[in-house]
Write a protein that binds this ligand. Structure first.
Ligand SMILES: [Zn+2]
Length: 300
């Protein structure tokens, strides 16, 4: 693909362009596939994220609540609710799959990291220790639901992966995708008015930078019909309230605990509507830490 566009930020010799061809922001040139493969099979959970599994485990109760909510949202759009076949691409520690299994869905995960794969196996989850690839899908059936949390921002030429996902969904099937919501209005405000550097730019790990608009267009260009959008807590609120957690992982953790406490109160049965109305309002203003889209593969 002949990518081109205005350079919007440069970091450590890597430049991010507003690509006119792809329609979203990405590192250009993209890193080579081999270095990416090594990062996620061997290095990611060991070196790049040494405490990652431990931290995620500390948050297990909250993650399960978050994913139960997401599964209920997906479920609203699933036509045949009996024996729902779900594929989670980049299933990590397997908590989405656990929540899906609890819902009675038939779970399959794909996870290249050996540490995360072993952790999932210990929870008796059905996971392939591989990348989601052309070769792997030869062995896989078609799915009613495909879920992908925080993967697409790591993948060079994400259009290729979206084509594989499209092929692996049943007609009428649901694709739920979540990525960081980058260059969002709160972040831009913090850079412009509060002297922050664009701290969310991390070109070695994140090669793509999406927002609600660009991800919606990308899914549309790949044949999906986007039917709903949602988000997670806008973490930048802490920065705007004076909790300067950028570069301070301890304070970052504290802010994360506050957001968990807030969400755990809202996730209770009687308050879930309050949470959903609030977070949908954030999403429709382009705010919230994640872009979460629910899309359908049309039947015809
Ligand atoms: Zn491009």
């Amino acid at each position: 693909m002949n990518c081109n566009g205005e350079i919007i930020v440069g970091k450590n010799g890597n430049e991010i362009i507003e690509c006119n061809i792809c329609g979203f922001k990405h590192v250009y040139p993209y890193p080579k596939n081999e270095s990416i493969a090594k990062l996620y099979t061997e290095e990611y959970y060991e070196k790049a994220q040494p405490e990652y599994i431990k931290k995620v485990e500390e948050d297990k109760v909250w993650w399960l609540e978050v994913y139960q909510e997401r599964i209920k949202q997906i479920s609203n759009y699933v036509e045949n609710k009996q024996k729902v076949n779900v594929l989670d691409i980049g299933s990590g520690t397997g908590y989405f799959l656990l929540a899906a299994k609890e819902e009675g869905w038939i779970e399959t995960g794909v996870e290249p990291s050996i540490q995360a794969y072993n952790y999932s196996k210990n929870q008796a989850l059905n996971v392939h220790n591989e990348f989601f690839s052309e070769e792997l899908i030869q062995e896989l059936p078609l799915y009613d639901v495909i879920h992908m949390n925080h993967v697409l921002e790591h993948v060079p030429h994400p259009q290729t992966m979206l084509k594989l996902i499209w092929n692996q969904l049943k007609p009428g099937g649901i694709f739920c995708v979540a990525v960081p919501n980058d260059f969002n209005p709160f972040q831009n405000m913090l850079v412009k008015d509060h002297n922050y550097e664009p701290w969310w730019v991390s070109p070695l790990e994140h090669v793509n930078y999406f927002d609600f608009k660009s991800l919606t267009v990308l899914l549309g260009n790949n044949g999906f019909e986007v039917i709903d959008q949602y988000t997670s807590f806008p973490m930048e609120l802490f920065l705007l309230m004076g909790d300067k957690f950028v570069g301070n992982s301890e304070l970052g953790r504290e802010c994360h605990f506050k957001r968990k406490t807030f969400e755990m109160s809202l996730l209770k049965e009687n308050n879930i509507e309050v949470k959903q109305n609030l977070y949908k309002a954030f999403a429709s203003s382009g705010l919230g830490r994640d872009v979460i889209l629910f899309a359908r593969k049309p039947k015809v």
